[in-house]
Design a protein around this ligand. Structure first.
Ligand SMILES: Cc1cc2nc3c(=O)[nH]c(=O)nc-3n(C[C@H](O)[C@H](O)[C@H](O)COP(=O)(O)O)c2cc1C
Length: 207
């Protein structure tokens, strides 16, 4: 059983999000003793850019055309990231809110792996079909409180991740959210402890 852990914070040991995610992993290991955790530190990984002739390759695949040899060789690094994603049985995303959405390193990775013929395809009438599967946990932290108005309506983090991974076939997504990280140290600790003690057990019970 492989868990792919996507780390989308650059704050390593100082990260609020990773404090919670590390507790998630401990809990998952208790439940699945054979769990293998593969981590991609998205702020340090050499994720290939969806740019240059890779764009031409993407459109060629989308239109069902034949790839030229030069396209095949430049596509191989994209493909290895896609296969690394598809190989996992379950997913953990550690993503703080950045400017109402996800950190750019996670968006960059999503732009690399979400490719036609791998994570989704279109039926002849244009209906999209997701080709990925597996359960996902997202640990989300933020400075403000997006659980209620007025900020609830400008949270583009959770809807985006549910949207893009749902589009790819991953619809079983559970969020563990810790708000009010940047108001006072006391509030931060209360909310991190709430995530660890109250939210993790029920999320892990469902995975
Ligand atoms: C570049 C940047 C943008 C941020 N944008 C928001 C935001 O839009 N809303 C919010 O509530 N907090 C925002 N924050 C605060 C973080 O979401 C919060 O401190 C989070 O807990 C950081 O997680 P980490 O310690 O795991 O990196 C931002 C922080 C950074 C560094």
């Amino acid at each position: 059983m492989e868990l792919l852990h996507l780390v989308a914070t650059p704050r390593s040991d100082g990260s609020n999000t990773l404090r919670i995610s590390n507790a998630v992993i401990d809990c998952l290991k208790e439940k699945y003793p054979d769990l293998k955790v593969t981590t991609i530190d998205l702020f340090h990984a050499d994720v290939p850019a969806m740019a240059g002739n890779k764009i031409d390759t993407k459109y060629m695949i989308m239109q069902g055309g034949e790839l030229k040899p030069s396209m095949i060789s430049t596509w191989s690094d994209i493909e290895s990231y896609i296969l690394g994603f598809m190989r996992a049985d379950m997913y953990l995303i550690s993503a703080p809110m950045w400017n109402l959405s996800i950190p750019y390193a996670l968006k960059y990775y999503i732009d690399t792996i979400v490719q036609p013929g791998y994570l989704f395809k279109y039926l002849p009438d244009g209906t999209p079909v997701g080709l990925a599967s597996g359960k996902m946990i997202v640990v989300k932290t933020s400075g403000g409180n997006y659980a209620e108005p007025p900020l609830k309506f400008i949270d583009f983090h959770e809807p985006y991740l549910r949207g893009i991974f749902g589009f790819c076939g991953i619809t079983d997504i559970q969020f563990i959210s810790a708000y009010l990280m940047d108001i006072t140290p006391e509030l931060r600790e209360i909310n991190i402890n709430n995530a660890i003690e109250q939210q993790i057990p029920s999320v892990v019970a469902n995975i």
